[in-house]
Design a protein around this ligand. Structure first.
Ligand SMILES: CC(=O)SCCNC(=O)CCNC(=O)[C@H](O)C(C)(C)COP(=O)(O)OP(=O)(O)OC[C@H]1O[C@@H](n2cnc3c(N)ncnc32)[C@H](O)[C@@H]1OP(=O)(O)O
Ligand SMILES: O=C([O-])CC(=O)C(=O)O
Length: 436
């Protein structure tokens, strides 16, 4: 009999809470860093002000999930029999517990999420009545906001349950939310792009990604493998990215997990963040329209400079923290090199990889001229037939729920207070400078 994730978690929470209490008692007044005026005007870049237990981002090496590099996760996280890609269920277990799960533990999570997938009728009605002009990300976030009616946490709070039990209700909501995401996302897809045809029933014997691709209506096993890999790879990116930070901030007001993650999704829907995968494809389309598919390096060079000179960013390049090529991009690129090396769009993206960084360096503005994870994700989805680029950020929205929900369970378990940093006006800062 496999022990339930919640039962595994209980002693870990007791142990870690005690560890944090003792640590803060001994070192609570230690100075971690200084804050300059430029940091305040510069989007708080470099300010260490958040606790995130689930993952840490190194500017050169990329993300580590609970200390495990991406390469190691690919090696140690459970896969389906004869599968090559890790299961996102395993990443969730790792993020929540800090421990690599067994095959049986991962299977239990797949079953659990499948069992929690049902949607209440008012949510189905809402989903089926969105006008097609509403962007898939807006549909996803509105649907999650509405699902707040099902929150165990909100109910427990209203009943006055004690603070030390909050995490247990957040855990239930987190598992429900993750279980329901694929059916919500697949319904949005089929309503928008498959004439509203219904999604197939969930099969409790299949994993989360497989049920999702079935419901979307894709039967190529490689697409499902791609989905397993993608949903794992983008599952978490420490605490400061817009989506995770927003979810954490909203959750700190004790808004329930549905409201909190919906808020995170609204940030993910921005073009400088998750929407960049859509922006990359739009930009590639424009490139092909303007200069064709088989383009010389010189033509490409001129097109990129045109983009920059018109004041736009090159989507899929640059990063707020990373200072090397995003290792997640390298994993996606490896997949493409193995499975679709001749794909026209992938070849175009590969040609760009040789040209864009030098141009961004020459322009001298971007601190990181290298590709990020969005540079080729859309190309992979398009290859398998998912040409609807406005939908691609929804896939990231499903993935990032893993990290956001794992963190939220821990935030409530550790009793983190409402987040409320101090802000200052320019007048106040000027006064501060004159007094020094
Ligand atoms: C899942 C993800 O969210 S990954 C990121 C996806 N986003 C993109 O691909 C959009 C393109 N990239 C960008 O806009 C940026 O690199 C960001 C938003 C990712 C990071 O922003 P920042 O941390 O502010 O980057 P940085 O400090 O390097 O910016 C300095 C300058 O370089 C510019 N710059 C950064 N990246 C690029 C780029 N790809 N193309 C053109 N200019 C760029 C910035 O716009 C900024 O210009 P400004 O001084 O005129 O305002
Ligand atoms: O870390 C960031 O700011 C953006 C990013 O790559 C992610 O959220 O995956």
């Amino acid at each position: 009999m496999v022990k339930d994730l919640k039962d595994e978690l209980r002693p870990l929470i007791l142990k870690h809470s005690e560890e944090v209490r003792e640590f803060r008692q001994k070192h609570g007044s230690k100075v971690v860093g200084e804050v300059t005026i430029d940091m305040m005007y510069g989007g708080m870049r470099g300010i260490k002000g958040l606790i995130c237990e689930t993952s840490v981002l190194d500017p050169d090496e990329g993300i580590r999930f609970r200390g495990h590099s991406i390469a190691n996760c690919q090696l140690v996280l459970p896969k389906i029999p004869r599968g090559e890609e890790p299961l996102p269920e395993g990443l969730f277990w790792l993020l929540v517990t800090g421990e690599v799960p067994t095959d049986d533990q991962v299977k239990a999570i797949s079953r659990e999420w499948a069992k929690r997938a049902d949607l209440p009728s008012h949510v189905v009605t809402m989903l089926n009545n969105f006008p097609p002009t509403v962007h898939p990300m807006a549909q996803l976030s509105a649907t999650l906001t509405t699902l707040s009616s099902q929150s165990h946490f909100a109910k427990a709070y209203a009943e006055g349950k004690p603070k030390k039990l909050y995490w247990e209700f957040v855990y239930e909501d987190a598992m429900d939310l993750i279980g329901k995401l694929p059916i919500i996302a697949a319904t949005i897809y089929r309503n928008l792009f498959r004439d509203g045809s219904p999604v197939c029933p969930i099969d409790v014997k299949k994993d989360w990604s497989w049920n999702f691709t079935d419901m979307l209506g894709y039967d190529d096993p490689m697409f499902t493998e791609l989905m397993r890999m993608y949903l794992t790879l983008l599952g978490d990116h420490e605490g400061g990215n817009v989506c995770s930070h927003t979810c954490h901030l909203v959750g700190s007001a004790l808004s329930d997990p549905y409201l909190s993650y919906a808020a995170g999704l609204n940030g993910l829907a921005g073009p400088l963040h998750g929407l960049a995968s859509q922006e990359v494809l739009l930009w590639l389309n424009k490139l092909q329209q303007d200069i064709g598919v088989d383009v010389s390096d010189e033509e490409m060079h001129a097109f990129i400079w045109d983009t920059l000179q018109s004041g736009q960013v090159v989507p899929g390049y640059g990063h707020a923290v990373l200072r090397k090529t995003d290792p997640r991009h390298l994993v996606l690129r490896e997949f493409a090199l193995k499975h679709l090396p001749e794909d026209k769009l992938f070849r175009l993206v590969s040609q760009l990889y040789k040209i864009v960084p030098d141009i961004l360096i020459e322009q001298g503005k971007a601190k990181n001229p290298w590709p990020n994870v969005d540079a080729c994700s859309g190309v992979l989805f398009t290859h398998y037939g998912m040409t609807e680029m406005s939908y691609h950020t929804v896939l990231l929205g499903i993935s990032r729920a893993l990290g956001c929900m794992a963190s939220m369970i821990w935030s409530r378990a550790l009793g983190f207070p409402i987040e409320r940093p101090k802000s200052m006006s320019t007048t106040g800062l000027k006064k501060l400078c004159h007094s020094n």
